[in-house]
Design a protein around this ligand. Structure first.
Ligand code: MRU
Length: 360
C-alpha cells in the first residue's frame, strides 16, 4: 500500500539485512515514524507495546524476532529461550504462536552455524506469504462486495471494526483487502469505521489507511452500528480476527460480538476475513477456551490526541479514583458468522466446512 504515493510494507529488512524496520503504529495517524528493531527484545517490546499489532503482523514480527536472536546465539537453548520470550508477548492472536512455532520447527533440525541465515530467509518467506494470502482474501471477498453492488445497484456500505487493514498485516490487510480490491476494480463503496475504543484502532489506523488509499469512509462511535443497521445503512460487515476455533468461533477486538448480534438481528451479512494461520485447530469452544488479553486500565481512563498547538498529548477521561477494566477481545459464536473469507475461498463457520478447508 502507498503512503503519500510511496509503496510501503509494515515490516521490512534494512538494506544491509542487519535489522528490520517497522511503522510505529502508536504514533499514527498524527505522526508517521519508522523504527528499527535490532534485537529479539526490540521485536518483543514492539509487539507488547503495540507498535506493531494485528494478528498477522504480530506473527511476522515474532518470526523476525527469532531471526534477529539467531544472529547472536543460535544454540538449541537459545532457540528455546527466544521462543518462550516471544510467545509471552501477547496472549490472544494465535498467529504469534504460529509464527514462532514455524520458525522453531524450521530451525531445530539445522546445525547452529546454519541457523542465522536460514532464519532470516524463513522470516522473509513468512512475510511474503502473508502478502500473497491477503491478496487472495481480497479477491474472494471482493466478489461478495461486487455481488451486493450488482443486486443493490448503488454504493455498498461496509462496516468494519478495529483495524484489519494493511497495517495489521504485512500488506493488503484481511478485512480491508476485499474493500481495496473492490474499490480498485471500480465498485462504488463506503466504509463505516468503528472507532474501536479503547485504543481507537478504527479511528486512528483504519481511517488513516482508507484515507491514504482514497476510499470513502466515515468514522462512527462503537455504539452506532446497530442504529445504522436498523435503518438499512449497512449492507455487510467485514471484520478480521485473532483466532478462529476448529468449529468456527471467532475471537476479535472487543465489541465485535455486539456488532455480530446487531447484524444478526437486522439480517446484515457478517463476514470474517482470515488467513488460515489464524485458525487454532486445537480449540473448539472459543468463549471458554481462548485466552482474552487484559491490558492496562490507563488505556481506558486516558486518551491521546492532537492538540490545537500541533502537539500530541494524553488526557484523563474518567474521574480520579474510578477503576477501569480493559478486555482486549471477545468471541463471536460461529452461529452469528455468515462466512469466513480465507485465502482458499469463502467457507461456512462450522466444523464440517472448516474440516473440508483443512483437507482441501
Ligand atoms: O489489539 P490489536 O490491535 O492487535 O487487535 C487487532 C484486531 O483485533 C484485528 O481485528 C485482528 O488482529 C485482525 S488483523 C488482520
Amino acid at each position: 500500500m502507498k503512503i503519500n504515493g510511496k509503496p510501503y510494507r509494515t515490516i521490512w529488512p534494512t538494506a544491509d539485512n542487519a535489522a528490520v524496520e517497522i511503522i510505529d503504529q502508536t504514533r499514527l495517524p498524527h505522526e508517521f515514524i519508522t523504527l528499527r528493531l535490532n534485537t529479539m527484545r526490540d521485536a518483543e517490546r514492539a509487539i507488547r507495546d503495540m507498535q506493531v499489532r494485528g494478528a498477522p503482523l504480530i506473527g511476522v514480527t515474532a518470526a523476525y524476532g527469532v531471526a534477529l536472536s539467531m544472529r547472536d546465539h543460535a544454540s538449541d537453548a537459545a532457540l528455546a529461550a527466544t521462543c518462550s520470550v516471544l510467545l509471552a508477548a501477547r496472549p490472544t492472536a494465535v498467529n504469534l504462536r504460529w509464527g514462532v512455532e514455524r520458525m522453531r520447527a524450521f530451525l531445530a533440525p539445522l546445525a547452529a552455524s546454519e541457523r542465522a541465515d536460514a532464519a532470516w530467509q524463513e522470516a522473509a518467506r513468512i512475510a511474503d506469504e502473508d502478502v500473497a494470502i491477503n491478496a487472495a482474501i481480497g479477491q474472494h471477498g471482493s466478489e461478495i462486495i461486487r455481488a451486493i453492488h450488482q443486486k443493490k445497484g448503488d454504493t455498498v456500505n461496509v462496516l468494519t471494526h478495529c483495524n484489519a487493514g494493511w497495517l495489521a498485516t504485512v500488506d493488503w490487510g484481511t478485512a480491508l483487502a476485499p474493500v481495496y480490491t473492490a474499490f480498485d476494480a471500480g465498485v462504488p463503496l463506503h466504509v463505516w469505521v468503528d472507532e474501536t475504543r479503547p485504543r481507537n484502532q478504527g479511528a486512528s489506523l483504519t481511517a488513516w489507511e482508507l484515507g491514504q488509499h482514497g476510499v470513502p469512509h466515515t468514522v462512527i462511535v462503537d455504539n452506532a452500528g446497530g442504529h445504522l443497521m436498523q435503518h438499512g445503512r449497512v449492507d455487510m460487515a467485514i471484520v478480521g480476527c485473532d483466532r478462529v476455533t476448529a468449529r468456527g468461533d471467532v475471537c476479535n477486538k472487543i465489541g465485535t460480538y455486539l456488532k455480530a448480534l446487531a447484524a444478526h438481528d437486522n439480517g446484515v451479512p457478517f463476514y470474517v476475513a482470515l488467513p488460515t494461520p489464524t485458525i487454532d485447530w486445537t480449540l473448539q469452544d472459543g468463549v471458554k477456551e481462548i485466552p482474552i488479553e487484559e491490558r492496562a486500565a490507563e488505556e481506558v481512563t486516558h486518551i491521546a490526541g492532537l492538540c490545537d498547538d500541533g502537539q500530541v498529548r494524553t488526557v484523563q477521561l474518567t474521574p480520579q479514583g474510578s477503576h477501569a477494566a480493559n478486555y482486549g477481545f471477545d468471541v463471536t459464536p460461529a452461529r452469528l458468522v455468515t462466512g469466513l473469507i480465507t485465502e482458499r475461498g469463502v467457507v461456512a463457520a462450522n466444523a464440517e466446512a472448516m474440516c473440508a478447508l483443512a483437507n482441501g
